[in-house]
Design a binder for this molecule. Structure first.
Ligand SMILES: [Zn+2]
Length: 161
């Protein structure tokens, strides 16, 4: 686990791939909207070109985080499984942004912070008003006190998948 800085355009052009984990606690903007900072997120970043020969980065983020239930304010385990194709915007082609469609774009930047990309990806994937299913708020609060949502429990769950 470490921080990664890449040249986004070079990374895409040369088809590089990066896999690592990041501690949720390191993602301070994300932690603000969570119940706690427990857990890790795994990410895979792949460079390449899309069908129109435009440089892009494919980012996949997976892991479990603890959201705060908007009804009981208790911990609500949430499985992150998010994937995006990020167009690397060079700014050279004039009408480029007009043809992005529903793709997300990031600027070509030799100092792209991968951790920030991962954090943005997760922030966009979060439900707006997370809640336990009806009638399960108190039960979930007890589970949290028992420590059932420990990193080891999460890990065991991931291994079973
Ligand atoms: Zn609840």
């Amino acid at each position: 686990m470490s921080t990664h800085v890449i040249d986004s355009l070079e990374f895409a052009r040369t088809g590089q791939e990066l896999q690592d984990k990041v501690r949720v606690a390191q993602l301070t903007r994300l932690v603000d909207s969570l119940f706690d900072a427990a857990g890790n997120l795994r990410f895979t970043l792949c460079g390449g070109y899309d069908a129109e020969r435009r440089p892009r980065l494919n980012l996949r983020v997976e892991g479990e985080i603890n959201l705060r239930c908007q009804r009981c304010l208790g911990s609500l385990a949430y499985q992150v499984a998010s994937e995006s194709s990020l167009l690397v915007l060079t700014g050279k082609a004039g009408g480029e942004t007009a043809r992005i469609d529903d793709l997300d774009g990031i600027p070509a930047n030799p100092q792209t912070d991968v951790q920030a990309l991962v954090e943005d990806e997760v922030l966009l994937a979060l439900p707006i008003a997370p809640r336990h299913p009806e009638g399960e708020c108190n039960a979930a609060a007890k589970t949290t006190q028992d420590g059932a949502a420990s990193p080891f429990a999460v890990l065991a769950k991931l291994k079973r998948q």
